[in-house]
Write a protein that binds this ligand. Structure first.
Ligand SMILES: Nc1nc2c(c(=O)[nH]1)N[C@H]1C(S)=C(S)[C@@H](COP(=O)(O)OP(=O)(O)OC[C@H]3O[C@@H](n4cnc5c(=O)[nH]c(N)nc54)[C@H](O)[C@@H]3O)O[C@H]1N2
Ligand SMILES: Nc1nc2c(c(=O)[nH]1)N[C@H]1C(S)=C(S)[C@@H](COP(=O)(O)OP(=O)(O)OC[C@H]3O[C@@H](n4cnc5c(=O)[nH]c(N)nc54)[C@H](O)[C@@H]3O)O[C@H]1N2
Ligand code: SF4
Ligand SMILES: [Mo]
Length: 767
């Protein structure tokens, strides 16, 4: 289906002159990790037709609502179009690129001189293209000499990465989307795919209509659960017990692939013995997970009876204080049954952002070096030779939350953030804001003039190209590399992120940053992937290392591995073993017993946070679309009617949600989708878009000890009603959506309010 989008008024003129061609551009959606192909066609007077690319293997022409609304997100009113410097009076003023980059270079160089390379850091994002990520990573790890590069993927995929590495010896996703078409059972664990990976979810539904079964494991009854054959409303944080109980059940019922276990794995007996002690029976599993005995029995029977099973997992697994153990508990069941790397049988990590995988490939995480290599001495030496790097990082850097803790303690003095909004998205977001204000130098490359992070003391703002303007590559959940291509000219003085980092590298006096194009960066990345590889590393795209510029421009979606010497590689990994551990065998891993942050009399409920169907993260793009605002128009909190009534709340009224870290005021939505004791709040609103709904400020810091990924789903909380004396609604044509309750708080008699001024079009919604 093609959707014609009327471009935002302020872009009409630009669009008319900016269309690079009047022909169709094949590109890729910038939102979720499904990675759908998109066709963008300038359609006459400032219109853009957006449709799904029928030839793209991720979506075969389908798009979800967010993808279809992409044309609405191209407005320029909120865009950062010129480099800016913050003046003494706190206001940002336009400066030249030369002057802005001088400040960045002088600031970084002087801090490195005075305090060493570990006093500086980059914080990156899965919104970036692989080429952007590659250049930033090379700069920091090979030339500045620190591994303080981390990314919002730490909040998203880190536990999956760590779980894969522990079991497989590499961060390998063994399966592919086709497995969902072939599976007879799909288990979705901690995934609201109906909203968060909609096109893939439709594919699962299509398969289900041919009699395949669907099981959902989630503490709340999501839209995804509505379509399930079996819904397991698991107690949060207990998935490892469910899958350890399943392992015991599979052993008891002789469903193990003993040959696979013997030939391709180690550690099985110890893990099974431990599981038998902790969850020996269906009853014990039911008790450990809060599930009904008959539901656990039904799930175990289904899993045991169905060789073709895909267990896909997302943030209910990863964003947990024990996320890595949850991942390994799932992988254990697939390894024990040999249901891995076979058509229709695989564990499957659903990646969040469009380029979460690309970031992992280049080494964007502080505990990875580059091209899926870690910090072993032979890898450090190899990458150093390849980069001709003068100053290699020799150990892992600080992971996101620790990085910000080091900012707070003054250990890190310069931070460059590109493509993320950590003042909203990290746990204890108020403390993050305080920490950022202490920096000697805070540089932000972004598409927008104002974000919660920019207003947390940024010194220099660098304008980056946005979707539709930028050009490079991304990798989706099934290891398919796709091109994002530009169909709009760069507005204002915006530049590609890779170009900004490369220019910084040149000005720092580093050799090896003279890239003329994204294609050149990509070729170097591909060369590194196959450099002294010889099948030892999973990530190898050597077949693309010598692409011409034209070949890069026209590159069709390509799945890795794509080794130079292979004409027809397998789409899947590990059906015949061949793991990336030293003995090439997989490891069974013992999960620790479920722990958890304790609820108390003061904070008796659990705050779960996640996504709404039609908004993306901090709404910097989806917030521009009126049709996407219709789904959930303001910040809400879901609570079950019993808990709501107990707390004196009214459905449709307001509640203050408080945790040990902070509080928010949210519209109450009573729903039986929530179980007792659990609240759910979407993550999308920030201080830019609402007066009191930055949910990151409420989330406690509880890190997975292996991956460093924060638990974002179980903070102890309390709720109380808030009543306002007056309420009004103002509708206006605004550049961006803003919700404010500038009302007289009936209890406190205090007036609160705030005006937003996005490009002079701001408005106050309630008055
Ligand atoms: N509409 C939309 N789609 C998106 C995004 C977006 O912002 N908006 N963002 C993208 C990104 S970056 C990501 S990472 C993905 C995230 O995609 P999902 O992981 O599907 O989304 P979430 O809403 O974060 O959380 C998933 C579910 O985990 C459940 N959960 C919480 N605790 C537990 C637990 O202990 N066990 C289990 N089994 N489940 C639990 C929650 O109730 C929730 O329903 O979505 C991507 N797609
Ligand atoms: N409580 C809670 N917190 C969460 C989560 C949760 O479930 N609960 N989920 C976590 C997860 S999984 C994720 S992925 C994060 C997401 O959290 P963030 O990364 O903080 O969110 P975004 O809104 O995607 O921020 C992207 C920023 O980059 C800018 N941008 C977009 N494209 C580009 C580009 O090409 N170049 C540059 N330079 N800038 C660009 C945008 O304008 C925006 O300011 O949130 C995490 N935080
Ligand atoms: S499913 Fe994901 S990648 Fe596909 S159109 Fe929707 S948001 Fe974009
Ligand atoms: Mo994510």
């Amino acid at each position: 289906m093609a959707i014609m989008t009327e471009a935002p008024a302020e872009r009409v003129a630009e669009l008319n002159s900016a269309m690079q061609s009047s022909t169709a551009t094949r590109t890729c959606c910038p939102f979720c990790g499904v990675g759908c192909g998109v066709i963008a066609i300038p359609a006459g007077k400032a219109e853009i037709s957006i449709s799904g690319d029928p030839a793209h293997p991720a979506n075969y022409g389908q798009l979800c609502r967010k993808g279809l609304a992409l044309g609405d997100t191209l407005g320029l009113s909120a865009r950062l179009l010129h480099p800016m410097r913050r003046a003494e009076d706190g206001q940002f003023a336009r400066v030249s690129w030369d002057s802005a980059l001088d400040d960045v270079v002088n600031g970084f160089a002087s801090i490195i001189d005075r305090h060493g390379p570990d006093a500086v850091a980059f914080y990156l994002s899965g919104q970036l293209l692989t080429e952007d990520y590659y250049v930033a990573n090379k700069l920091m790890k090979g030339f500045i000499g620190s591994a303080n590069v981390d990314t919002n993927s730490r909040l998203c995929m880190a536990s999956a990465v760590a779980g894969h590495k522990r079991a497989f010896g590499a961060d390998t996703v063994p399966g592919c989307y086709e497995d969902f078409d072939l599976a007879e059972l799909v288990v979705l664990v901690g995934s609201n795919a109906a909203w968060c990976h909609p096109v893939l979810y439709q594919r699962i539904r299509a398969r289900k209509s041919t009699n395949a079964k669907l099981v959902i494991v989630d503490p709340r009854r999501t839209a995804t659960a509505d379509g399930a054959d079996l819904f397991l409303p698991i107690a949060p944080g207990t998935d490892q017990a469910l899958f350890s109980g399943l392992l015991v059940h599979l052993a008891l019922h002789d469903v193990l692939d003993t040959d696979y276990i013997a030939r391709h794995t180690t550690g099985f007996d110890a893990v099974l013995a431990d599981a038998k002690k902790s969850v020996p029976t269906i009853e014990a599993t039911a008790q450990a997970t809060g599930l009904a005995r008959r539901d656990v029995a039904a799930f175990f029977a289904l899993f045991a009876a169905t060789p073709r099973v895909v267990t896909a997992f997302s943030q209910g697994v990863n964003q947990s204080g024990q996320g890595t153990d949850k991942v390994n508990a799932i992988l254990n069941c697939h390894l024990a049954t040999g249901r891995i790397g076979k058509p229709g049988a695989a564990p499957f990590s659903l990646t969040g952002q469009t380029n979460a995988m690309g970031g992992r490939e280049v080494g964007g995480l502080a505990n990875m070096l580059a091209a899926h290599m870690g910090f072993e001495s032979e890898n450090i030496e190899r990458v150093q030779r390849f980069w001709r790097a003068p100053r290699m990082a020799v150990r892992e850097g600080l992971k996101a939350v620790q990085m910000l803790q080091a900012v707070a303690s003054g250990q890190i003095k310069a931070l460059w953030i590109a493509g993320s909004n950590p003042a909203a998205s990290l746990p204890e977001a108020d403390r993050i804001r305080e920490a950022l204000r202490k920096l000697e130098l805070l540089v932000i490359s972004d598409n927008n003039q104002s974000t919660d992070t920019i207003t947390s003391g940024a010194h220099i703002l660098l304008p980056a190209l946005a979707w539709g303007e930028k050009s490079g590559s991304v990798t989706n959940s099934e290891r398919v590399i796709s091109r994002q291509r530009a169909f709009l000219k760069a507005p204002g003085e915006t530049r590609p992120d890779w170009g900004i980092f490369a220019e910084f590298g040149r000005r720092m006096g580093f050799d090896g940053f003279d890239y003329a194009s994204a294609a050149e960066v990509f070729r170097e990345h591909a060369h590194l992937s196959c450099f002294e590889n010889n099948g030892k590393r999973d990530f190898d795209i050597g077949a693309l290392a010598d692409l011409s510029d034209a070949g890069y421009d026209t590159l069709a979606p390509t799945q890795w591995p794509a080794r130079a010497d292979e004409t027809s590689g397998s789409r899947r990994f590990f059906a015949q073993g061949g793991f990336f551990t030293p003995d090439r065998k997989a490891r069974f891993i013992l999960p620790a017993p479920a722990l958890g942050l304790c609820v108390s009399e003061a904070f008796p409920l659990r705050l779960n946070t996640g996504r709404s169907r039609d908004q993306w993260h901090t709404m910097t793009r989806t917030g521009l679309s009126a049709r996407l605002a219709r789904d959930v128009a303001e910040p809400v909190m879901d609570v079950c009617p019993e808990d709501g009534v107990d707390a004196g709340l009214v459905d449709g009224g307001f509640a203050r949600v408080t945790t040990a870290c902070g509080s928010c005021i949210l519209r109450v939505r009573m729903t039986d989708r929530q179980t007792r004791g659990h609240l759910f709040v979407p993550i999308h609103w920030t201080d830019e878009t609402a007066s009191d709904a930055r949910v990151g400020a409420l989330v406690a810091t509880w890190l997975d000890p292996v991956s460093g990924q924060p638990d974002l789903k179980t903070t102890p909380a309390k709720i109380k009603p808030v009543t306002f004396a007056l309420q009004g609604l103002l509708l206006a044509r605004a550049a961006r959506y803003y919700v404010s309750r500038s009302l007289v708080d009936a209890c406190g008699g205090r007036a609160r309010g705030r005006l937003s001024s996005r490009g002079g079009r701001g408005f106050d919604c309630l008055a």
